[in-house]
Write a protein that binds this ligand. Structure first.
Ligand code: ADP
Ligand code: ZN
Ligand code: ZN
Length: 740
């Protein structure tokens, strides 16, 4: 028999199957991981069998060398094929996401294994041992034997500690054949908070009932659960999972990486217990990830909570997928394969006929539009479930503030509100969508700004290190004393970041306690959670933070949220600028007054009349949606079409220009000849036209991304491989979240 094998490699030319003879000594099935000889290499390559057939059209085939212990199911193979086609990557790149973690290292001895420890047990049966014990003379030996009798599977150290004896005495008992050494597997688990008070299903309100009744978990379908923050979406997830659990099936719950906090996880642990739950996210140690994955694969975990890549968890008998905060950008992968977890979930749920629940207070325009086209069912929760009120939002015009002579980051109105909160011992969150001390350094005489010479974007000043940093490539340099261009020493900082804001707050409120959360303070493991914990537990007056403070957190004592500058996200040069601004502002506002006390929100902006800001004031998603959609339609943006970005980069500018022209000509000819209904733009330098010493160009296509377009682009990429370029790169992204 012949096996079709995919070589585990990202090399583009290896994105096809290779035929191998299955030797009689091996029993091979589809999905087996195998070692095969490849090319003229001495070492073996890893591969995955994706099909088995009688004959091959090729001659001189090599044999499969050996099987590895792991295999992958045929559903994962189908998913990988679909992803590879849709996201223009190798099937192996996709399969790798679904393999047992820590087992892709070519060197088998470097792979992650079960953690095993030596434990001590009785060497004989209980009856036999009683006689032996009665013959013992030493008090300490008797004490150890009694302990082991009622405490199996303990380590030598544990026994010695509990019985106040020594490891030496235990070893003597082993030598005398009273005790023996067993090998036990330990689970490395991230679920450390075991003592969580159990909770029970709440009595649902009318809206919740209606929503949950619309979902038939035995039937499937896609549902958009649109509910304002605190409207009880999570309670619905919990009760749906209960229904799935009763059928002994598994559920996957995706949450944005940043809100994957112990707080979130504990809500599930409190309802279902830690044994049934597995958690997957990027901060797990390799050992933890390996053990959690096994817990899922073996069917011990029925509820999988995780970030984006948890959609690939090997859930046994999957019955439900939930994606919370479905509008969140973290569901889009920015690495190969550049997949959208929502699309992958849709594929999985469709092929298994199970329900997909997308939940959000500010759904992606595209997701909401699907409900209008009846491709998904809309379920609405319009009220807060615990009767807390929505916060009262006020907008401060920064233009007026400047006119009245205040050029500080904090307006007079916000200052007064903060003062009031400090006095009332309530907490405040100040949100600024920007990090660093100041955004950039500019010469007041000639207007020269310091940019990264590799990436062509402004360098950011970091005060505590007194360095300028590039946020794209990490380049650092010292702060010049004079303008590098005209030599003037009138060189100044412009804009303001979280550090500058923190200083201003400290000057205005010297008696207040503050804590700052941004990429610079959050770096080591767990420190994000530590900052939030400290803020909550120590009742710190003011939390100053970037985007990270926006998502999903629940702080009962926060009654004031200040948005320092709502305009930053309006100027990002992306068709989603308004959508993101609306989402961010609504989410930030949702942090205020989540319990009994009424929340206040102050939004500072230079554009108070902008509709994204205006509608976020009333947290009015539907009005925002109804304003945004006609604009998208008129300008041909999603959801009315897809945006495909063809990225090209090269070390030499000339090489890049030639490549861009070739690809453009190829596409143009075919689009014209074969009458595609699409818009093909000419190649232009990318918004950031140089990163890490590589020049960048891009070409945009607006179209409905269907099979025909997919084939066109696949052909183009194949042709590009035919050019045999050594230093250039081409990649295709579909509806990328980041247009830079
Ligand atoms: P969301 O996920 O939409 O933000 P949650 O499910 O977290 O909302 O609910 C917000 C608060 O309301 C929580 O404290 C939750 O326990 C409570 N809650 C949810 N549903 C009910 C209900 N039916 N009855 C009483 N309280 C509820
Ligand atoms: Zn100058
Ligand atoms: Zn740079």
């Amino acid at each position: 028999m012949i096996a079709e094998v995919i070589i585990n490699s990202s090399v583009k030319t290896l994105n096809k199957t290779f035929d191998y003879i299955i030797p009689d000594r091996l029993k091979i099935k589809i999905g087996d991981r195998v070692f095969v000889p490849f090319g003229s290499k001495k070492t073996l390559d890893e591969g995955i069998v994706i099909a088995i057939k009688e004959k091959s059209e090729y001659e001189d085939l090599k044999e499969i060398n050996s099987i590895q212990p792991d295999s992958i199911d045929s559903e994962s193979i189908e998913l990988s094929k679909w992803m590879a086609k849709r996201y223009f990557c190798n099937i192996a790149d996709c399969l790798r996401l679904m393999l047992r973690p820590g087992t892709t290292n070519k060197n088998v001895s470097n792979r992650i294994k079960d953690r095993e420890i030596n434990v001590i047990n009785l060497a004989k049966s209980e009856e036999e041992i009683l006689d032996d014990i009665s013959n013992l003379k030493s008090e300490k030996q008797i004490k150890i034997m009694k302990f082991v009798l009622s405490n199996p599977d303990k380590t030598r150290q544990e026994i010695a500690e509990f019985t106040n004896t020594s490891v030496g005495i235990i070893n003597t008992l082993i030598k005398n054949n009273l005790l023996k050494v067993d090998v036990a597997k330990v689970n490395r688990t991230p679920l450390i908070n075991k003592d969580v008070e159990p909770t029970f299903d709440l009595e649902l309100n009318e809206e919740q009932k209606e929503a949950i009744d619309s979902i038939d978990i035995d039937f499937g379908g896609e549902f958009l659960l649109y509910g304002i923050t605190g409207s009880g979406k999570t309670e619905i997830y919990l009760q749906l999972i209960r229904q799935v659990l009763e059928r002994d099936k598994a559920s996957i719950v995706l949450v944005p990486e940043i809100s994957l906090t112990p707080q979130t996880i504990n809500r599930f642990v409190a309802r279902f217990g830690a044994e049934k739950i597995a958690v997957l996210h990027s901060k797990l140690s390799n050992g933890e990830r390996y053990d959690e994955w096994n817990k899922i694969k073996e069917g011990r975990a029925k509820i999988i909570i995780g970030a984006r890549s948890a959609i690939f968890a090997p859930a046994k008998d999957l019955g439900l997928v939930i994606i919370d905060e479905e509008h969140d950008e973290s569901y889009m992968s920015e690495m190969t394969p550049r997949y959208d977890a929502r699309d992958v979930a849709r594929f999985i749920c469709n092929s298994r006929n199970i329900p997909l629940i997308l939940g959000s207070a500010t759904p992606d325009i595209k997701s909401f539009y699907k409900t209008e086209k009846e491709e998904a069912t809309l379920l609405t929760l319009s009220k807060r479930a615990n009767n807390s009120n929505l916060p009262q939002v006020k907008i401060v015009d920064l233009k007026d503030e400047l006119k009245s002579g205040n050029n500080k980051m904090i307006s007079l109105e916000l200052k007064n509100e903060i003062a009031k909160n400090i006095e009332d011992k309530k907490q405040t969150i100040l949100f600024l969508n920007r990090r660093g001390f100041s955004t950039f350094l500019m010469c007041k005489d000639c207007g020269y700004t310091l940019k990264c010479n590799r990436c062509d974007i402004s360098l950011t000043y970091h005060k505590y290190e007194n360095r300028l940093k590039c946020h794209y490539c990490g380049h650092e340099e010292r702060v010049p004393e004079k303008c590098p261009d005209c030599g003037s020493d009138n060189i100044r900082f412009f804009g303001g970041g979280t550090q500058k804001l923190e200083e201003e707050v400290k000057t205005l409120f010297p008696e207040a306690s503050t804590i700052r959360m941004d990429v610079d303070t959050v770096s080591k493991k767990n420190s994000h959670e530590e900052i939030l914990d400290k803020f909550r537990k120590e009742n710190i007056d003011i939390l100053i933070g970037t985007q990270m403070v926006v998502k999903g957190h629940h702080f009962p004592n926060v009654t004031l949220v200040g948005v320092i500058n709502a305009d930053t996200s309006l100027n990002i040069g992306d068709f989603r600028a308004h959508e993101r601004t609306f989402q961010t502002l609504t989410q930030v506002a949702g942090r205020a007054g989540r319990e009994k006390d009424k929340g206040r929100v102050i939004i500072q902006t230079y554009n108070p009349d902008n509709y994204a800001i205006e509608f976020s004031k009333k947290q009015d998603y539907l009005s925002f949606y109804n304003t945004e959609v006609p604009i998208r339609k008129a300008l041909k943006y999603p959801p009315f079409c897809d945006i495909i970005v063809i990225n090209m980069s090269a070390k030499e500018k000339l090489e890049l220009k030639i490549l861009a022209k070739k690809l453009h000509t190829y596409l143009k000819d075919r689009v014209v000849n074969e009458k595609y209904g699409l818009l093909l733009y000419s190649p232009v330098p990318s918004p950031i036209d140089k990163i890490k010493d590589r020049y960048r160009y891009r070409m945009i296509i607006k179209c409905i991304y269907d099979d025909k377009v997919n084939n066109l682009l696949s052909d183009m990429l194949e042709l590009y491989n035919g050019f045999n370029n050594k230093t250039s790169r081409v990649s295709v992204e579909v509806n990328p979240y980041n247009m830079l």
